[in-house]
Write a protein that binds this ligand. Structure first.
Ligand SMILES: Cc1cc2nc3c(=O)[nH]c(=O)nc-3n(C[C@H](O)[C@H](O)[C@H](O)COP(=O)(O)OP(=O)(O)OC[C@H]3O[C@@H](n4cnc5c(N)ncnc54)[C@H](O)[C@@H]3O)c2cc1C
Length: 230
């Protein structure tokens, strides 16, 4: 996919939870990417600027608009700029970037997607893009957050699971009891890891711990793909 640099306009800034926002940007019609890839945003504050990476939440088939979901970290450079971004503001975007992409010619018949917090973004893009066409595989999403109130896109994932019988959605809470799954993602991973592919995305601890768990179970390296946010 060709690398583009363009000025994008904010189309929407919507709160998904107390500390996660959905930011939508305009994108040129010719901007294309693979589900799972990310872009960088140039962020300016007074005389300083920084480039920050964000996974693309929307699927590649959505043209002309890029959606991102961003965790607002108190005092974070990007977080402080982005939480105030409003419709009409412009930002420089560069992308698409990254190799964390869904492999369509994968022979494995089970695809396990593991996302922590906003790490679910590239997995959402993959599901939206491929679930409808890849009918010969079983998909499982483990979405880990602290509390129920942190579960953004929850209804959308539930609806996807209702619509596609080959998709199982497992939201898990690490700091609250409820009538669903609880505890860390490892507790919901399969015992037998043979002929399964794992896509893991989130903060360093989640990615490293999940990979280590899978390695102990004997997973083959090429069946584990990951993207680290920290
Ligand atoms: C390839 C890639 C893709 C990324 N995609 C996303 C994305 O889709 N959504 C997103 O919210 N972030 C994403 N990030 C993280 C993002 O680039 C920034 O690091 C994040 O927004 C914090 O930046 P900041 O300047 O506000 O805070 P900083 O001052 O840089 O960091 C403050 C603290 O925030 C922590 N932190 C960083 N990201 C997160 C997070 N997602 N959840 C909880 N704590 C975090 C860091 O560990 C650090 O301790 C991605 C990072 C990479 C490398």
């Amino acid at each position: 996919m060709p690398l583009h640099t363009f000025t994008a306009t904010v189309l929407e800034n919507k709160k998904l939870t107390d500390d996660v926002i959905l930011l939508s940007f305009s994108a040129p019609k010719e901007f294309s990417f693979h589900a799972g890839q990310f872009i960088t945003l140039r962020l300016e504050k007074e005389t300083e600027f920084r480039l920050k990476s964000y996974s693309i939440l929307s699927p590649p088939s959505q043209k002309g608009k890029i959606d991102l979901c961003i965790k607002i970290v108190d005092g974070g450079f990007a977080s402080e700029v982005l939480k105030k971004a409003k419709k009409g503001d412009s930002f420089q975007i560069k992308g698409p970037l990254g190799h964390f992409v869904f492999e369509e010619d994968d022979k494995n018949k089970e695809i396990w997607l593991v996302g922590g917090g906003t790490g679910v973004a590239p997995l959402y893009s993959m599901l939206k893009e491929h679930l409808a066409n890849v009918k010969n595989k079983k998909f499982v999403l483990i979405f880990s957050v602290k509390e129920k109130k942190d579960l953004f896109l929850h209804q959308e994932f539930e609806q996807l699971a209702k619509k596609h019988s080959n998709f199982t959605y497992i939201p898990t809470l690490t700091r609250e009891k409820w009538n669903g799954a609880t505890g860390r993602v490892q507790e919901h991973l399969p015992d037998n890891v043979e002929n399964k592919t794992f896509y893991i995305c989130g903060l360093k601890e989640l990615v490293l711990e999940t990979k280590e768990f899978l390695m102990k179970k004997g997973v083959i390296l090429r069946n584990v793909k990951s993207e680290r946010y920290s």
